[in-house]
Design a protein around this ligand. Structure first.
Ligand code: F6P
Length: 342
């Protein structure tokens, strides 16, 4: 048996641990070989690859990033893209292709699967927004990094009696913001699922600071949205792949707080720090389990499926179902977080 593996979209802690899991299971259980395609779909389009065996995976478990590279290129950007992928797949005599990616890569993987190439998806993203799985790997690490940053901001905010606005990633969902806000004791957390009214945010902060010397931490998800007609936001640029580049809302929220209140306010945008470096123990374990299960799925012929975490077990689910809708923050979780606001 021969298995291809690629990583697509933004990188994420745990990618290397998945690759290591795939290779270990493929080699140990099936005597299979693994080919890693370089830079996402680009490697399949251009037939650029490296051989991956147990030896090549030494030291990968704690290593951030992806040793086979990643990109946002995909086959449907080119008229002959899918034929080129098919040609590469055939040239390597592959039995299946494991695609490790987020929403964009997995939607594309589903399409490639429908076009007749045997694929298995692995849900990667710090955003935790993929349907069908209780967790994506990378999320726990991002939450850990953001919570630690919030803890640190608390002490400096207290010293100066300031408001700290902390922006975290997450694209169109507020999982990182809600979890890190809860873990870090945020004064308020603004997420895309719950459009905010900046006037209400400012009033709540003023009431809090009027009670005495208080530090405030406002966690803002990069994709947070003001309620209609309450505040204008700058347009987001779009990159060459049609990917909206979020980031910067914290500056606009902080400017409004300073304009509407007497509260001194500072901004921290955590950015790519959230997805750099070594994965947490939870993400290492989840990534390893996903990798092993993905190799197993190829062996068992479970194609156009995605490995997923469900009630502590790793299962396979139809890719189409998983990419049909983003997974949003539940009301139950957000209501718990909001019990601690202001
Ligand atoms: O999807 C993961 C993610 O880190 C998002 O949270 C963020 O909006 C985006 O990727 C950033 O992408 P890029 O690396 O292209 O700036």
């Amino acid at each position: 048996m021969r298995i291809g593996v690629m990583t697509g979209g933004g990188d994420c802690p745990g990618l290397n641990a998945v690759i290591r899991g795939v290779v270990r299971k493929a080699e140990r259980s099936y005597g299979a070989s693994v080919v890693g395609f370089l830079d996402g779909w680009k490697g399949l389009l251009e037939d650029r690859f490296m051989h991956l065996d147990i030896e090549a995976c030494r030291g990968l478990l704690p290593r951030g990033g992806t040793v086979i590279g990643t990109s946002r290129y995909h086959p449907y950007m080119y008229e002959d893209g899918i034929d080129r992928v098919r040609k590469t797949f055939a040239a390597h005599e592959l039995d299946g292709l494991i695609c490790i990616g987020g929403e964009g890569t997995l939607s594309c993987t589903h399409r490639v699967g429908n076009d007749g190439i045997p694929v298995v998806g692995v849900p990667k993203t710090i955003d935790n927004d993929i349907g069908g799985t209780e967790r994506t790997f990378g999320f726990d690490t991002a939450v850990h990094i953001a919570s630690e940053a919030i803890d640190r901001l608390h002490t400096t905010a207290e010293s100066h009696d300031r408001v700290m606005v902390v922006e975290v990633m997450g694209r169109h969902v507020g999982h990182i913001a809600t979890w890190s806000g809860l873990a870090g004791g945020a004064t308020m957390t603004l997420i895309p699922e719950k459009p905010f009214d900046i006037a209400e945010v400012c009033e709540a902060l003023e009431r809090r600071h009027a009670r005495g010397r208080y530090a405030s931490i406002v966690v803002v998800a990069e994709g947070a949205k003001p309620a209609e007609g309450t505040m204008d936001l700058d347009e987001h640029p779009v990159d060459k792949f049609g990917h909206v580049r979020l980031g910067g809302i914290a500056n606009q929220v902080a400017a409004q707080i300073e304009a509407r209140t007497d509260l001194e306010t500072r901004v921290t945008i955590l950015g790519h720090v959230q997805r750099g470096g070594t994965p947490t123990a939870f993400d290492r374990v989840l990534s390893t389990r996903f990798g092993v299960a993905a190799a197993e799925a190829v062996h068992d012929g479970k194609f156009n499926q995605m490995v997923a975490l469900e009630s502590e077990r790793i299962v396979c689910k139809p890719l189409g179902e998983c990419v049909a809708e983003l997974k949003y923050v539940s009301d139950e979780l957000y209501n718990t977080a909001s019990m601690f606001f202001a």
